[in-house]
Each structure stands twice: as C-alpha cells, then as structure tokens.
Design a protein around this ligand. Sequence first.
Ligand code: ADP
Ligand code: ASP
Ligand code: MG
Length: 427
Amino acid sequence: MGIVVQKYGGSSLADADAIKRVARRIVDIKKAGHDVVVAVSAMGDTTDDLLDLANGVSPLPPAREMDMLLTAGERISMALVAMAISDLGFTARSFTGSQAGVITDSVHGKAKIIDVTPGRITQAIGEGHIVIVAGFQGVSADTKEITTLGRGGTDTTAVALAAALEADVCEIYTDVDGVFTADPRIVPSARKLDQVSYEEMLELAACGAKILHLRCVEYGRRYGIPIHVRSSFSQLEGTWVVSDPGSRAPEEETMEQPIIAGVAHDRSEAKITVVGVPDKVGEAARIFEALADAQINLDMIVQNISAAATSLTDISFTLPRTDGQNAMTALARIQAEVGYDKLLYDDKIGKVSLIGAGMRSHPGITSKFFGALASAGVNIGMISTSEIRISVIVDENAVDDAVRATHTAFDLDADEVEAVVYGGTGR
Ligand code: ADP
Ligand code: ASP
Ligand code: MG
C-alpha cells in the first residue's frame, strides 16, 4: 500500500503523554500496511518560548542564529516521537530538514522550499522504518546554512514531502476538527467545512487563518496533493482541501457551493504611513523598491489624493509586524532622496477578511459586510479586495467583534455548537 504523509502540530505534541498518543496513531497506520512519513512541529509553545529567550538575550538577534535556535524545537520533537515509536516495538528514524533533503533558498526566517531530495527517507522506508522529519526547516542550496520556513511552516514541510514521495494525500493533524467558517476560539458557533477549494483556502491562509500555512496550500495546489486537515484528538473526518469541492461528495449530496467559505482574522500586521511624499513620477517606485530590497512582503497599500496646495501625498501600507523594524530602517535611509516628511508606525491594528468564491457572482456582499461592521460599531481603516475576498483593517481591539458580527450577518453560525478546541493555547 502507498505512502501516508502526516503532520502533527505543536498542540498535538504538548507533553510526553501527547507524544505517546501520537506515536500510537502513527503505529496504527504502519500496522494497516502503509509506509509512514511524519513531519513534526516543536512541542507546545516551544517556538514562542525560544523566541522570547532570544529576545531576552539580544534586541535584534542575527537571523542565522535565530534559525539555528528555532530549528532545535522540531529536533526535540522528532527524536522524542521516534523514541515513543520504538517503545511500541516499531523502528523509527528521525531526520532534520537538511538530512531529509529539504532544500530552500537562503532567506533566513522565511525560506522557500526549492527542491526536496528525499533519498534518505526512501532508503529508511525501504529498510522498514517509520520516518519522522523535523518540520519548518531546510538547508540553503547556496549558503549551506540551516533555514526556517516561517511560522507554521511544518504544514509546508509535510505537503512538500507528500509531493516528493508521490503520496496520495497529506494529513495535517491539529487541535481542532478541521477548517471552520471562522477561528473556533473566537466564534464557538463556527461550522466545520467538509471541503474547501485550494483557491479559498489560499485566501483564508493568506488572511491569517493559521490552521494551514499559506505555502503549504500553494504547494498542494501546484502538485495536486489533497490536504486532509483533522484533529489528532478525535477520529472524526476533517476538512478536505481539494481543487474541486463537491467532486468527493456522493451524487445526491452535491449541491451548489456556499457563497462564503469563511471569515479570517489576522493580528500579526502593522501599518506604516509615509507622510508628505512629493507627488511626482517615480516616488512610490523608489519607496517600494527600498522595501523590496529589504525582502519585505507588503499587504495593503493606500495612497491618498495629494493636497492641491502642497502637492504632497501620504502612502500607507501594511506588512508583517515582524518586519516593522526593518521596514522603518530601510525607509529612513531614503528620506533625503525621496524628500518625504516623516514615518508613522502603528501596530495596534487587525485585519478581518470575508472569503468566498461565490462573491464573483453575487452582488451586495460588500454592503452586507460593511453594514455588519457598522452595526457592531467597528470603524474601517483600510480596505482591499480580490475577486473572492474583501479585507478591512480595524482597531486591534475590535477584531473579535468584527469577526462575530460578520459571521452572523452571513448566516454562518451553526444551529448547535460543533466546534471543539481540544488543545493548544492559541498563541
Ligand atoms: P498546530 O499546532 O496544529 O499547527 P495551529 O495553532 O497552527 O495548530 O493551528 C490550529 C489553530 O488554528 C486552531 O486551534 C484555531 O484556533 C486556529 N484557526 C484559525 N482560523 C481557523 C479556522 N478557520 N478553522 C480552524 N481553526 C482555525
Ligand atoms: N514550530 C514552528 C512554529 O511554531 C513551526 C510549526 O509549528 O509549524 O511556527
Ligand atoms: Mg500550525
């Protein structure tokens, strides 16, 4: 029988008992006759604890050393899971990302996988072992340095392994029963989606639904790997991320897809405003070139109409909070050249996004969304849209109210509460 690739998140590996429980699940698959390859995350909140530790030692830790530190979290898990499996009478081999052949570019902290050469994995499988791979890490082809893939990156490790090993499916085990119409920690009445398209899942993940890492969904779509998101704490069927939702359902159950897939929120962004930019050709290009050179990914961008009297304009954009310092430094460097007045930094913001492929063919979604926010007393700071998404920036403290109001306005609440959060601290 084929290779099964699984991923267990930190909340599923929080302590010794949890690790033993996961080991039993893995062994059950092996007993059923499958070869098993498992990507593991760091235990519980280990990654956050390591980040706190680093920041306690240095305000701006070198990116290379940060990756060295953070990859240690996944190495702890892989060895412990392998030990627990061996205790059940099966042999397991653990591998770091580098040993497993996860080759990345050289950008520390958010490296992209460029190739997977799983020679050692296939050899270990051939020898009858269960394979455990440390998630969220690889080795740079250029610099030979150890890299990490960004927060939540073990999901991507798993899907990349599934693609390289030509597995039929990649199972992502976490602390909720699947992908819900909103984060069950904020909306207990959220509904589980049986299926969701890659397209909608990409938007959900890009908008902060941390149930799946964005690049993992991109990878799954590119290589046609169905992703099954499910709980490691229950035996329930989870959510299938597939190209064509509905195709897996029995004929009689097939019906029109819902208009809205869900509501996502994100508290990890900050906003920078460049005040008093001379309104002439090339100024915006220079600003964004400086940010691109600093490897900063931007999200929303808004340029105000310039004031007639001064010919000066303001440009605001959002970016990951973790890049805030770098962006401010990069922009400060070009102040004299661009001739802008000053920079403003605001990290007390949140983003709320409404996502659904049905938006394309249903008018009135925006007015209903904004109406729901208005009724909840939530002020909108910035707006951006795609074909299947509307996002707004709001005050950080208004995020929960905004998500709940939107969820209810679009009739997404379940009649009976079905969302269970089995573990994790939501950190
Ligand atoms: P893991 O440790 O397994 O990687 P994560 O904490 O990264 O788990 O992701 C699971 C969490 O994602 C859930 O506990 C939930 O709070 C959060 N989440 C956010 N949006 C959603 C959503 N739409 N559906 C399900 N969970 C969501
Ligand atoms: N341990 C890493 C994190 O907390 C990677 C992961 O969990 O996927 O972000
Ligand atoms: Mg995760």
